[in-house]
Structures are given as structure tokens and as C-alpha cells.
Design a protein around this ligand. Structure first.
Ligand SMILES: O=C(O)CCC(=O)C(=O)O
Ligand SMILES: [Mn+2]
Length: 199
């Protein structure tokens, strides 16, 4: 099943429970090599979401701005994107081109992500694919200008969203997490993976 909301393609239940467990195990292996860290926005405010990444690039933010970087803050290269995760990109987009970044966001019960565009990539013809695991997250979708009308949907564990075409530069964010809504993550919370072509 596919839902189209303001140009965002939403695939509820794209991953069954076995696939969610396999992806979670793969994420854990990445996090063992590249632990979560907390970034600051360019204005210096700490983000509530904890992040890490896999692939050639990870996303980074500090007072110098937003950018992609080829190393974890601990100075080591990012781990490779696990094949289970690349498979989701392939199956949801059908593209031969593979993403160079899997950004991994962890939302504890009180974390959120403000409305933003994903605009640090070089070529907007490629979609961004989002995979949700664990607790439900209230995902808000707008248009290509800040402040316009928005629609929200609860993303559940196993849901995939493809942000491409007209929605590639649409504003989006996560308003809140429904703590305790999933038992996939032993310690609770929500994981979101976003697959991105960077160069
Ligand atoms: O957590 C989500 O569902 C969205 C994450 C996101 O927009 C991002 O990492 O840029
Ligand atoms: Mn985003």
C-alpha cells in the first residue's frame, strides 16, 4: 500500500517484524563502531535528537553550518551502509544509483525535529528515503516554503517514506514521539534512518 501526502510517498508496514529486527541489528552494529553523538545547530543550540551515520558521508552541524563529513567526530571513517538497509532503498525507489549516506537519528521520548528541508545534497533529482523503527513518531509535512499549510501522520515501526520529486525539497519535521508504542527497541525510543545521495 502507498499513501501520497503532499508529494511524500508513504509505505505503511513496508518492513515486516522480521525485517525490522534485521535492520535494527544492523543499526546496532553500526552504532557499536560509530556511537551516537549530539550536534548543535549553527546558532549553537543542542539538538534533541542523537545522531550517527553509515556510508561515505555523515551529516554534521556546528556553528560553521550544516554539511556532510567523511568521518565520525571520533576521527574514524563511517561504517559501511549495511546491505539490509541498501535493500530498502533499492526496493522502495527501484534506482540503480546507491545512496552515500545513511543518517541515523535516535529520538528519546522527549526528542523532536523542527521543520526543515533536506538541502545539503548536491543533486535533488535523487530522493531521500526514510525508515522508521521503534516508537511512533508524528511526522509533519509541508510544502517547499517555510510556514505554509502542513499535514501530519504518525509513522510507525517498519514504515518507509520516499521524499522525491516535488516533495524532495519540502519542509518536514517530527513533532513528538509516542513513548512505549513499540517493543522493537529494548530501551524504547524511535530510530529513523534516512538514505541520501550526497554528491
Ligand atoms: O525522523 C524522521 O522521520 C525524519 C528525519 C529527518 O527529516 C532528517 O533526518 O532529516
Ligand atoms: Mn529531513
Amino acid at each position: 500500500m502507498k499513501l501520497a501526502v503532499r508529494g511524500f510517498d508513504i509505505y505503511p508496514g513496508f518492513l515486516d517484524l522480521a525485517a525490522q529486527r534485521a535492520v535494527f541489528a544492523a543499526v546496532r552494529a553500526v552504532v557499536a563502531q560509530a556511537p551516537f553523538f549530539r550536534l548543535r545547530t549553527p546558532s549553537g543550540k543542542p539538538m534533541s535528537v542523537r545522531m550517527t551515520a553509515a556510508g561515505r558521508y555523515g551529516w554534521f552541524s556546528d556553528t560553521k553550518g550544516y554539511r556532510y563529513v567523511s568521518q565520525h567526530p571520533n576521527g574514524t571513517p563511517w561504517p559501511q551502509i549495511p546491505p539490509e538497509i541498501l535493500g530498502i532503498w533499492q526496493r522502495s525507489t527501484g534506482l540503480d544509483r546507491t545512496p552515500e549516506c545513511c543518517l541515523i537519528n535516535y529520538y528519546a521520548a522527549d526528542a523532536r525535529m523542527g521543520m526543515h528541508q533536506d538541502s545539503d545534497e548536491a543533486d535533488m533529482q535523487w530522493p531521500v528515503v526514510s525508515v522508521s523503527l521503534g516508537d511512533d513518531g508524528l511526522f509533519r509535512m509541508g510544502g517547499t516554503k517555510r510556514g505554509g499549510k502542513t499535514e501530519s501522520i504518525w509513522l510507525r515501526s517498519g514504515d518507509v517514506v520516499v521524499m522525491g520529486g516535488d516533495a524532495r525539497l519540502s519542509y518536514h519535521g517530527v513533532d513528538r514521539i509516542r513513548a512505549g508504542s513499540s517493543t522493537l527497541l529494548p530501551k524504547g525510543g524511535r530510530l529513523n534512518l534516512t538514505l541520501r545521495v550526497v554528491d
